[in-house]
Design a protein around this ligand. Structure first.
Ligand code: NAD
Length: 477
C-alpha cells in the first residue's frame, strides 16, 4: 500500500497545512492501492511563494548550471525507471511492458531532448543594433492529466527547468504516484529549493487556486477542453499566458495504394494501446469506401488480436483508468449502437472472464463523420471507421472536426502522402509511422494553442525582450 502524504515545497517534504486525504483506486482490481494528501489553497500559497522567491536566482543561472542539474536528474531518473513503471501500472492500469517501456521511455526521451536543446538553444540573437533576448517567463503552474502521466509532466517540467523558470506541479488526482517519485528524483538531483514544487489535490481547489493566483505568470495545462476553457477564464483577469494542450479526434488515413489489410489491422491494434486513452490517437480510421469489406475484416483481426487483462501480466491492454471513465466509454458504445453504427467487434460490457476491474472490450464501429461517436473524443479503446470516395473526400472528412491535434497518413507513394499530410488542419501529422522527439506537438482549433516537445516547448516558457540600440561588447584582445 502506497502512502504519499507530504507535498514538495521549497526543497522539503512538508505536511499539508490542512490535513485531508483520499484513497487511490487500482483500476485493475477496484481496490485501494494507496493514499495521498489533498492540498488546500494555503498549500498553494506556500508553494507559489517558494517558487517566486527562487525565481530571482534560478532565472539568472547560466546554461551550464542548468545543464548540470538536468544531467543529475537524468542519472536519478535512469536509476528509478523500474519504480516509475510499476507506479504507472498501479495508478492508471498500463500493462507493465507499456508502463516500463513507452511511458517511462517518453519521460526519458523528453529529458534527453531538453538537455540536447539546452546545449545550443539561442537565448540571445543580435541583428544590427537590436538584441533579442529570450528570458524565463517566471513562476509557472503545470497542470497535468492521468493518461500518459510521466510524458505530460516531462514535456512541461524539463523545458521549464531548462529555460530558468520556477514551477508548481499539480499532478492528476487519479494518477499521483509517478509524479511523487519524480519529485523524489528532482530532490535527490539537488535542484535548488523552491525551483520545483509539487502540491497534490483536486482540480477545483489546487487548479483553481493556481489559475487565479496573481504571482503565477504562466499556466501550462494538458487535459480536457472544458477544463482548459475554465482555466483560461480564471487566468484572464491576471492576463497570464495559458498554454492549452487539449483533446482530439484524429484521422488516420489509409490511402488506396497502401497495404490495406496490414495497415488497417495495425491501426486497429494501435488504437487500443493505453486502452485508447491517448489524446493523439488515430480514433477515426479513414479507408477507401470501395474496400470497406476488406477493411472490416482487417480491423476485426487487429482488434481481436489485442489481449486484455491484468496489466501486471503479459497483455496488450489493461483496464481504463477509473469507474467514471469506464461508464463514459460504455455510454459512447451504447450511443454508437443507438445511432445505427455497424459494430465490427467488441461492444458493451467487460471482456469475457473479467468480472472485476475497469476493463473495456476493444471495439470497432463503422459509421459516418456526422455521428456523435464520429465527432466526439471517446478516450477509450473504441475505433470508428469511416469510408471515403477519393483523396479529396478523405481530406475533407479528416478536417471536418472541431479538433485538430494529430493525423496519420499511410500509403506507398511518398509524394502523395506528403501532399495529403500538408492539407490536414492539425498540428502534428505522422506519415508512415514517423516519430520525432524534436517535432512540435500541439493542436489547431479546439485541441489547444500550445506547442510542446523539443525546442518548441522551450518557447512556451520564455518572454521575448528587444534591446534596441544595443552596443555589443568590443571583441576581447
Ligand atoms: P481533465 O481536464 O479532467 O484534468 C486535467 C488536469 O486538470 C487534472 O490535473 C485535473 O485535476 C485538473 N483540473 C480539473 N479541473 C480543474 C480546474 N477547474 N482548474 C484547474 N485544473 C483543473 O483531463 P483528464 O481527464 O485528466 O485527461 C483527459 C483529457 O486530456 C482528454 O481530453 C485528452 O485528450 C486530454 N489530453 C490532451 C493531451 C495533449 O497533449 N493535447 C495530452 C493528454 C491528454
Amino acid at each position: 500500500m502506497r502512502e504519499y502524504l507530504k507535498f514538495y515545497i521549497d526543497g522539503q517534504w512538508v505536511d499539508p497545512i490542512e490535513p485531508k486525504t483520499t484513497n487511490i483506486i487500482n483500476p485493475a482490481t477496484e481496490e485501494v492501492s494507496g493514499t495521498i494528501s489533498l492540498g488546500s489553497v494555503a498549500d498553494v500559497e506556500k508553494a507559489v511563494a517558494a517558487a517566486r522567491k527562487a525565481f530571482s536566482s534560478w532565472s539568472k543561472t547560466s546554461r551550464e548550471e542548468r545543464l548540470k542539474v538536468l544531467l543529475a536528474i537524468q542519472a536519478e531518473y535512469e536509476r528509478r525507471q523500474q519504480e516509475l513503471g510499476e507506479a504507472i501500472t498501479e495508478e492508471m492500469g498500463a500493462p507493465s511492458a507499456l508502463g516500463n517501456g513507452f511511458h517511462v521511455g517518453l519521460g526519458s526521451g523528453h529529458l534527453a531532448t531538453a538537455i540536447e536543446v539546452l546545449k545550443t538553444f539561442e537565448f540571445e540573437t543580435l541583428r544590427g543594433a537590436t538584441l533579442t533576448v529570450k528570458e524565463p517567463i517566471g513562476v509557472c503552474a503545470l497542470i497535468t492529466p492521468w493518461n500518459w502521466p510521466m510524458n505530460q509532466i516531462a514535456v512541461k517540467v524539463f523545458p521549464a527547468l531548462a529555460t530558468g523558470c520556477t514551477m508548481i506541479l499539480k499532478p492528476p488526482q487519479l494518477a499521483p504516484y509517478s509524479a511523487q517519485i519524480l519529485a523524489e528524483i528532482i530532490h535527490a538531483a539537488g535542484v535548488p529549493a523552491g525551483v520545483f514544487n509539487m502540491v497534490q489535490g483536486s482540480g477545483s481547489v489546487i487548479g483553481t487556486a493556481l489559475s487565479t493566483h496573481p504571482e503565477v505568470d504562466m499556466i501550462s495545462f494538458t487535459g480536457s477542453e472544458s477544463v482548459g476553457v475554465e482555466i483560461a477564464k480564471n487566468a484572464a483577469p491576471g492576463v497570464k499566458r495559458v498554454c492549452q494542450e487539449l483533446g482530439g479526434k484524429s484521422a488516420h488515413i489509409v490511402l488506396d495504394d497502401a497495404n490495406l489489410a496490414q495497415n488497417v489491422a495495425a491501426a486497429a491494434g494501435g488504437m487500443m494501446v493505453n486502452s485508447g486513452q491517448t489524446c493523439s490517437a488515430g480514433s477515426r480510421l479513414l479507408v477507401p469506401l470501395s474496400r470497406m469489406d476488406e477493411a472490416i475484416a482487417a480491423a476485426r483481426q487487429g482488434a481481436e488480436g489485442v489481449t486484455v487483462g491484468d496489466p501486471k501480466s503479459n497483455v496488450a491492454m489493461g483496464p481504463v483508468v477509473s469507474k467514471g471513465q469506464y461508464n463514459d466509454i460504455q455510454r459512447y458504445i451504447e450511443l454508437g449502437l443507438s445511432e445505427g453504427a455497424k459494430l465490427v467487434v467488441g461492444g458493451p460490457g467487460r471482456p469475457d472472464g473479467l468480472d472485476k476491474g475497469y476493463y473495456v472490450k476493444p471495439t470497432v464501429f463503422v459509421t459516418t463523420n456526422d455521428t456523435t461517436i464520429g465527432r466526439e473524443e471517446i478516450f477509450g479503446p473504441v475505433l470508428v471507421m469511416i469510408g471515403y470516395d477519393d483523396i479529396d473526400h478523405a481530406v475533407e472528412i479528416a478536417n471536418d472536426s472541431p479538433f485538430g491535434l494529430a493525423g496519420y497518413v499511410v500509403g506507398a507513394d511518398a509524394a502523395q502522402c506528403n501532399a495529403v499530410a500538408r492539407q490536414l488542419r492539425t498540428g502534428w501529422v505522422s506519415i508512415n509511422g514517423g516519430f520525432d522527439f524534436n517535432a512540435a506537438f500541439g493542436g489547431y482549433k479546439k485541441s489547444g494553442n500550445g506547442r510542446e516537445w523539443g525546442e518548441f516547448g522551450f518557447h512556451e516558457y520564455l518572454e521575448t525582450k528587444s534591446l534596441l540600440g544595443y552596443a555589443p561588447a568590443p571583441a576581447a584582445g
